[in-house]
Design a protein. Structure first.
Length: 106
C-alpha cells in the first residue's frame, strides 16, 4: 500500500487548487460572488434563498416553474437604498452591501 498526502490551497472564495501559485493568481483576479471581499448576499449572515413556484402565462396551466429568489433578513437592509445589482443575470443578488455581515464559519 502506498500513502500519499496531498496539499490543497483554498482561495477566499472557497475554490481549491493543487498549486499555490495558481491559487494566489486566482485570488488576485477573483470575481466570484462567494468571495467575502465583494460583500454579496452569498457571503452575508442574513442572505436567504427561497424557492417560489410561478404559474406560467395561463393560470389554468399545470406547468409550474420554480425559481430561486434571494431575500435579506437583515432588519437594517432597505431595498430602495442599499440594493446594488451584481449582474443582469443574477436577479436579486446584491453586491457591495453597506449593511453586510460576514457569515461565521461552521
Amino acid at each position: 500500500m502506498i500513502v500519499k498526502k496531498v496539499t490543497r490551497y483554498y482561495a477566499d472564495c472557497g475554490k481549491s487548487y493543487s498549486s499555490k501559485s495558481y491559487c494566489l493568481w486566482h485570488e488576485k483576479v477573483c470575481k466570484c460572488w462567494t468571495n467575502p471581499k465583494f460583500r454579496t448576499c452569498k457571503t452575508c449572515k442574513f442572505g436567504r434563498t427561497a424557492v417560489i413556484t410561478d404559474i406560467l402565462d395561463n393560470p389554468d396551466a399545470a406547468i409550474l416553474r420554480p425559481r430561486i429568489v434571494r431575500q435579506c433578513a437583515n432588519p437594517r437592509f432597505d431595498y430602495e437604498i442599499h440594493f446594488k445589482k451584481a449582474h443582469e443575470k443574477a436577479e436579486g443578488l446584491c453586491i457591495d452591501c453597506p449593511v453586510w455581515v460576514q457569515k461565521t464559519s461552521k
